[in-house]
Write a protein that binds this ligand. Structure first.
Ligand SMILES: [Fe+2]
Ligand SMILES: [Fe+2]
Length: 330
């Protein structure tokens, strides 16, 4: 009995069970994954359909039945195709009980990479709506269990592109916000904050590539044009009909600093609200820890320590909360 159970466990590590909710959304007439059916009498996975096979109606009914019985599987070797599929319809993530936490976080990150790239290329209302749908799924996932944010932080990328940087800032900022609120957050606040964090550098998409890609220090005029990006981002979002104060505040004020040395408005102390203070810490930490044209990546712990010591510019409670999380995982 024990060995049968062990062999089942091994099998289930190699295959994903397809939930009925997911099955309903997979292609009906032609499969793009190999399907397996678990045959309990011989404790084996039997190959049922191969990639590219057409599915006659009666076979589709049979597969549907297997799915209800919990005996329809795909191989984990096909995880990329399966996850890619889910990442295009991100709400599936919340319906699949068979995915591991780290697989779910990979799907979220892959989905945001695709969506954000499309939005940065074409900042249209239709692309913003798709991005918002994915954010809504992420928010549901975080409300389901606030611990999920920790798994996302563990998967952030330290590679520096506008897209990866923006995703890192969103994840870190959400972590910091949830910690500040003792994990008591409203759906709407998380949604609007996530949108502001993810799009905080939207204005950068309008800065010429030769300025952003320049090796070495920028000329005064080039620096001035880069410093316009919070205002440009704000205007772009307003044109798209975004009116959330929380979202717009993140975008406009993420480079403001407590001692008044920030930009574009040179705000001082209490003039800077909580969301922008969170965005500032998340943004600076994400920038320091990734390799950019003009500087090497700094160590994660050194960067967090530096921010926590910089009391003149960063909110102490927020930067120390980040440091505490990174040192203790709590
Ligand atoms: Fe920025
Ligand atoms: Fe940034």
């Amino acid at each position: 009995m024990k060995s049968k159970l062990q062999s089942h466990t091994k099998l289930f590590q190699e295959y994903y069970q397809i939930s009925s909710n997911i099955f309903d959304r997979l292609p009906r007439t032609r499969v793009d994954l190999d399907y397996f059916v678990f045959d309990e009498s011989v404790s084996r996975m039997q190959h049922k359909m191969r990639k590219g096979d057409f599915v006659p109606r009666e076979i589709h009914g049979e597969l549907e039945e297997c799915c209800k019985l919990g005996t329809l599987f795909v191989s984990r070797k096909d995880r990329c195709v399966y996850m890619q599929y889910i990442s295009h319809q991100l709400d599936l993530v919340l319906m699949d009980d068979n995915l591991l936490e780290k697989e779910i976080t990979d799907i979220f990150i892959s989905a945001f990479n695709q969506r954000l790239e499309s939005f940065f290329e074409q900042p249209l209302r239709s692309n913003l709506d798709l991005l918002r749908e994915d954010i809504a799924v992420l928010v549901e996932y975080l409300l389901e269990d606030p611990v999920h944010i920790k798994a996302l932080v563990r998967r952030i990328s330290y590679e520096h592109t506008l897209v990866t940087h923006s995703i890192s800032v969103m994840i870190l900022g959400l972590l910091l916000y949830m910690r500040r609120r003792n994990h008591v957050c409203t759906r709407q606040d998380l949604q609007e904050l996530a949108e502001g964090l993810l799009l905080h550098d939207l204005g950068m998409t309008k800065i010429p590539g030769f300025v952003l890609g320049k090796q070495g220090p920028l000329q005064h005029m080039e620096m001035e044009s880069v410093r316009q990006h919070p205002l440009i981002g704000l205007q772009m979002l307003k044109k798209l009909g975004v009116d959330s104060h929380l979202t717009l505040h993140c975008v406009l004020d993420h480079h403001e600093r407590l001692n008044g040395t920030g930009y574009p408005r040179s705000l001082y102390g209490d003039q800077i609200g909580q969301p922008a203070r969170i965005a500032a810490v998340a943004d600076s930490f994400a920038a320091m820890t990734s390799k950019r044209h003009h500087s090497d990546a700094k160590r994660v712990d050194d960067s967090a320590h530096n921010l926590a010591r910089d009391l003149a510019r960063y909110d102490e409670k927020i930067s120390k909360s980040l440091l505490c999380f990174l040192l203790t995982g709590q």
